[in-house]
Design a protein around this ligand. Structure first.
Ligand code: TTP
Ligand code: MN
Ligand code: MN
Ligand code: MN
Length: 383
């Protein structure tokens, strides 16, 4: 065989929900670069551009081999002119000048540091940037008005930007399990989000809670929160009531990607794991520029973001699919449903416009089947 032959073309489907995307793949050197450009587009609220870069990156994540030449990209979907230019530059020079100048730009770095504060979105970060702020540390002397979430975000900035380990996620699972079972025996708790997809690290821990008896889950969250709070386990929480029944825009067509379940965005006070207190505690607080709360080196706890969501049993399969991610995978599922099937998918339901009816499902497998898609397990939804 010729040594520099290009890798045989891979048949690649164009929607991410039609493909298997493992967590570990072969092209991080390209996808990291494209995702910088995607994030930068998000910072300027250019969603179309951002999604285009994310789709390109996602195609490369699904490839079973390293990309070594432009020939390897022949016949691949979703690779736009701009992405191809960036990839070509990296293949030829090792880096892309556009990516590197973005990465190093003052605006990108400031937007990154500011949106890394829990409770701070792109709009707020952009306003602060235009007012001259560059990092969370700048927020304190300028006396910016911060809401409760942002105050917690600043206070626990270091901890919340220290990735959550799988081990920590398991400890939190046990706590959540205990809390939920104490207030509603027979409830079912599922770990969702990145950890369900097999990630080793996460920015938070996500849980979905239901009960086989429809209705038993109503107004459950305040009870869970109370139990946790009484144990001194919560540093912050914001509970939002279920608004699905009151919604006027139709069950499968929420105003945004946000669903309408009863939910709680929280920050847990997690006792450090025995093995971590000796070796790693100090690394949480030392050597980081943006920490705003000094904690003693011997501190035995740390702050961890936890999302809790309660779903009625009849919507549980949709909620599980919707909360497992990845974000791009979810977006692609909805796009597939709408554009290819004339259906409308949300974390609550699947509506078939042709038949003018809702399609029921008791499992994720059934939802994929309704959508005419091959079932993709969570570990291969890392689009
Ligand atoms: P995230 O927790 O933001 O992301 P992740 O778990 O994939 O990765 P990590 O936490 O490690 O950064 O979101 C998890 C899923 O929840 C994601 O697929 C989108 C979904 N989700 C909703 O459906 N509705 C919401 O309101 C939010 C915030 C997330
Ligand atoms: Mn943010
Ligand atoms: Mn998550
Ligand atoms: Mn989350």
């Amino acid at each position: 065989p010729k040594p520099f032959e290009t890798t045989p073309a891979v048949k690649m489907k164009s929607y991410a929900c039609q493909r298997r995307t493992p967590l570990k793949h072969h092209n991080s050197f390209l996808t990291d670069a494209l995702e910088i450009l995607a994030q930068n587009a998000e910072f300027s609220e250019n969603e179309g551009r951002s999604v285009a870069f994310r789709r390109s990156a996602s195609v490369l994540k699904a490839l079973p081999h390293v990309v070594r030449s432009m020939g390897d990209l022949k016949d691949l979907p979703c690779l736009g002119e701009h992405s191809l230019r960036v990839i070509k530059e990296i293949l030829e020079d090792g880096t892309s000048s556009e990516v590197e100048s973005t990465r190093q730009s003052e605006q990108f770095q400031a937007m990154k540091a500011l949106t890394d504060v829990f409770g701070v979105g792109v709009r707020t970060a952009d306003r602060w940037f235009r007012e001259g702020l560059r990092s969370p540390l700048d927020l304190i002397p300028t006396g910016q008005k911060l809401n409760h979430a942002q105050q917690a975000g600043v206070k626990y900035y270091n901890d919340l930007n220290t990735p959550v380990t799988k081990k920590e996620a398991m400890v939190i699972s046990d706590i959540v399990e205990k809390a939920v079972k104490a207030v509603l025996p027979g409830a079912i708790i599922t770990l969702t989000g990145g950890f369900r997809r097999g990630k080793e690290l996460g920015h938070d821990v996500d849980f979905l809670i239901t009960h086989p008896e429809e209705g038993a889950e109503e107004r459950l969250m305040p009870k869970i929160v109370n139990w946790l709070d009484n144990q001194g386990l919560l540093l912050y929480q914001k509970t939002t009531r279920n608004s699905y029944l009151e919604s006027k825009d139709g069950p499968a067509r929420p105003a945004s990607n946000m669903d309408r379940f009863e939910r709680c965005f929280s920050i847990f006070k997690l006792e450090q794991l025995e093995s971590d207190t000796h070796t790693e505690t100090s690394s949480y607080n030392s050597g980081r520029a943006a920490g705003t709360e000094e904690r003693h080196a011997g501190s035995t706890w740390r702050a961890v973001r936890v999302d809790l969501v309660v779903s009625p049993y009849s919507q549980f399969a949709f909620a599980t699919l919707g909360w497992t991610g990845s974000k791009l995978f979810e977006r692609e599922l909805r796009r597939w449903a709408g554009q290819e099937k004339g259906m409308s998918l949300s974390s609550h339901a699947l509506y078939d416009s042709k038949q003018q009816r809702y399609l029921r499902a008791n499992s994720e497998e059934e939802i994929f089947a309704h959508l005419g898609l091959e079932y993709i397990p969570p570990s291969e939804r890392n689009a």
